[in-house]
Design a binder for this molecule. Structure first.
Ligand code: NAD
Length: 323
């Protein structure tokens, strides 16, 4: 059987947003597991260079914005793969739609335009990291890639636009591209200091430091939580697999877990925790989510290795090392 992942070994790879939560885990895997030559582009607006400290000598780091075309595009020379992760996260105020547009979508368009009009003979794949938030509050679960989007935030609107540009440039201009849609990734390196850290990162940190866990609403809202190493592995596989060319894949587990269940799982590992229910925020407008992973399983042979209990245990053990 062909091990497609081997194809990325020793290759030159550029990762935008490579100092972010998913990005730095991807970069570490590319360097440590695949011996890639990695260029990281990140403006550090939602991260710090420190997160890459243990591999900083093995990578080329550029503190620049993906909107800075003059500085960004020369870095594409001779790259084999470009992973575009830089993003402006969903914010509770919903007051930054223009920033979402610029970073999540316009930067994607600019990169695709550059690839279209310039000779990048080594480029094998451009990978855009989309979001399952584009499915909104779909009533039919698990959602699959062909389900109609329901956009409920400017973040989701601009992530969908980024995807659409990627798919269109692949179809119309033969730009080798793949989109992965992540569902609530959690795990190592999701620092709780980050205001956009996911619920699991905050809960685990608070549980371990004897602080109260804040639950927005009744806690019965569900998500499909994906462990970081599974998300990274699926992203690399989608980048190298010939059957992923020009296609879009959900990355998740298909399992729905409520916020109340997360509290229960965490307390099973760390003992009793304090929690409080507070009113929902404007971004808490999706009640349930689970994503179908039949397509990535059937076409690429991928399946997650971590269920929620094992992933939470791994994450708790990691947090203990940084406290
Ligand atoms: N983490 C999840 O659960 C999740 C879910 C769905 C989709 N995604 C997508 O995965 C990707 C990575 O998400 P993440 O959770 O690691 O987010 P993150 O915020 O931790 O990482 C994004 C990185 O992009 C950087 N960045 C922001 N604006 C930039 C700019 N103008 N130029 C250069 N760098 C810039 C930030 O400093 C940060 O390091 C994003 O595209 C996101 O939309 C993540």
């Amino acid at each position: 059987m062909i091990n497609h992942r081997e194809k990325i070994k020793n290759k030159k790879v550029l990762v935008t947003g490579g100092a972010g939560f998913v990005g730095h885990n991807l970069v570490k895997s590319l360097v440590n597991d695949y011996n890639c030559e990695v260029i990281v582009v990140d403006d550090l607006s939602n991260s710090t260079e420190k997160i890459l400290s243990d591999i900083i000598k093995k990578i080329e780091f550029h503190k620049i914005s993906v909107c800075d075309k003059e500085k960004l595009f020369p870095l594409f020379k001779n790259t084999d793969y470009i992973f575009h992760l830089a993003c402006k996260q969903i914010s509770s105020s919903g007051s930054e739609p223009n920033v979402h547009l610029k970073i999540n979508a316009e930067s994607t368009l600019n990169i695709l335009e550059y690839i279209r009009h310039n000779d990048l003979p080594n480029l094998k794949r451009f990978i855009y990291t989309g979001s399952t938030s584009i499915y909104g509050s779909s009533v039919r679960l698990p959602v699959n890639e062909n389900d109609a989007p329901e956009v409920l935030s400017s973040y989701a609107a601009t992530k969908l636009l980024g995807e659409n540009f990627t798919a269109m440039y692949c179809r119309n201009y033969d730009i080798p591209a793949t989109v992965v849609r992540y569902s609530n990734v959690y795990g190592y390196g999701q620092t709780p200091k980050n205001p956009y850290a996911g619920v699991l990162g905050k809960f685990i940190h608070n549980a371990l430091t004897n602080k109260t866990l804040t639950i927005f609403g009744d806690g019965e809202q569900t998500r499909d939580y994906t462990f970081i190493t599974d998300a990274v592995d699926a992203t690399i596989l989608a980048a190298v697999h010939p059957r992923a060319y020009g296609d879009i894949f959900n990355i998740g587990t298909t399992v729905e877990t409520s916020v109340n269940k997360l509290v229960e799982i965490i307390s099973d590992y760390v003992g009793e925790v304090k929690s409080e229910n507070v009113p929902e925020r404007d971004i808490d407008n999706i009640r349930r989510r689970s994503v179908s992973i039949s397509k990535i399983h059937k076409n690429l042979g991928w399946a997650p290795r971590f269920d929620i209990k094992r992933g939470v245990k791994e994450t708790i053990d990691w947090y203990k090392t940084i406290l």
